[in-house]
Design a protein around this ligand. Structure first.
Ligand code: SAH
Length: 232
C-alpha cells in the first residue's frame, strides 16, 4: 500500500505545487504516494459557502467553523480510516525527523490546513486532531506547512531517494547536525578543501566528520545534545 495523503484546504490549487516536481513529483507519478486536495468550501451549506465566522468573545479576525470542517473530515476520513489526522498549527508539537519517520512508515495522513485565526477548538477535540507545527513563526495558512511535512515524509518512502545511505547520514538522524560538505574544484577563491578529505584515509575522514558534527551541534544547537547523549 502506498502512502496516501489527503489535504483539506481552502486553496487546493496550492497542491501538489512544489511536490509535483523533482523526487516527490516523480514518486507521485510512479504511484509511490498519492495526494488529494479537498476544497473545504465544498462542505459549507449556505448559499455564500461560508467556512468561517467571527470569534466568540470578540477580537480580530475570523475562525474556521467546526461544523463545516467536521463534514469535510468525515467525508475524507470516515471512521475506520487508519491514517492519523493532523492539523497544521503554530501551537502544535514541533515536527521532528522522528515523527516524519513514523508517518512515512504508516498508511498516510489526513492534513487540515488552517487559515484566518485558526479553527474552532471543539473540532480539534471532537475529531482527535494532532496539532503539528513547522516552527516558531506564523504562516498565513497551513498549506506551506503541509507541503513541508509531506516533502519530509515522501523523500523517506521506499524507492524515492536513489541513494538510501545519504538519508541516514543527515542532520538529526543521529541527533547531530551534519558535517560540512565539499566538492571540486580543489581550490575556490583561495580556499582549499580540508586536507583530510583528500587523504583517502576513510577512518580519519569518518573521525573528522564526527568531530565537525559535534562541534557544529555544540555551537549552533546545544539543545540537540541534551536530547541525544553522545556515545563515549
Ligand atoms: N492565530 C493563530 C495563527 C493563525 S495562522 C495563532 O496565533 O496561533 C493561520 C493558519 O496557518 C493556522 O491555523 C495554521 O494552520 C497555519 N500555520 C501558521 N503558522 C504555522 C506553523 N508555524 N506551523 C504550522 N502551521 C502554521
Amino acid at each position: 500500500m502506498s502512502f496516501s495523503a489527503s489535504v483539506l484546504t481552502l486553496y487546493p490549487e496550492m497542491f501538489p505545487g512544489a511536490l509535483g516536481l523533482s523526487l516527490a513529483g516523480r514518486a507521485l507519478e510512479a504511484g509511490t504516494w498519492s495526494l488529494e486536495a479537498i476544497q473545504i468550501r465544498d462542505f459549507a451549506q449556505d448559499k455564500h459557502r461560508t467556512v468561517d465566522d467571527t470569534p466568540a468573545g470578540g477580537g480580530a479576525g475570523m475562525v474556521m467553523r467546526a461544523d463545516v470542517l467536521a463534514r469535510a473530515i468525515d467525508h475524507t476520513s470516515p471512521p475506520g480510516d487508519p491514517r492519523p489526522r493532523l492539523l497544521m498549527s503554530p501551537r502544535g508539537k514541533p515536527l521532528t525527523q522522528a515523527r516524519v519517520r513514523e508517518l512515512a512508515a504508516g498508511p498516510g495522513a489526513v492534513i487540515l490546513c488552517g487559515r484566518f485565526e485558526g479553527v474552532d477548538q471543539r473540532l480539534i477535540e471532537a475529531r482527535g486532531l494532532e496539532e503539528v507545527s513547522v516552527g516558531d513563526f506564523i504562516l498565513s495558512g497551513g498549506e506551506p506547512a503541509a507541503l513541508v511535512l509531506l516533502d519530509a515524509v515522501v523523500r523517506l518512502l521506499p524507492g524515492v531517494m536513489g541513494n538510501a545511505v545519504s538519508g541516514e547520514e543527515e542532520s538529526f538522524e543521529n541527533g547531530l547536525l551534519e558535517h560540512p560538505h565539499y566538492t571540486r574544484p580543489q581550490e575556490f577563491e583561495g580556499r582549499e578543501i580540508p586536507e583530510v578529505l583528500i587523504s583517502g584515509n576513510h577512518k580519519k575522514i569518518a573521525a573528522w566528520r564526527r568531530a565537525e558534527s559535534e562541534a557544529l551541534t555544540r555551537e549552533r544547537r546545544p539543545d540537540l545534545l541534551g536530547a541525544h547523549p553522545l556515545p563515549k
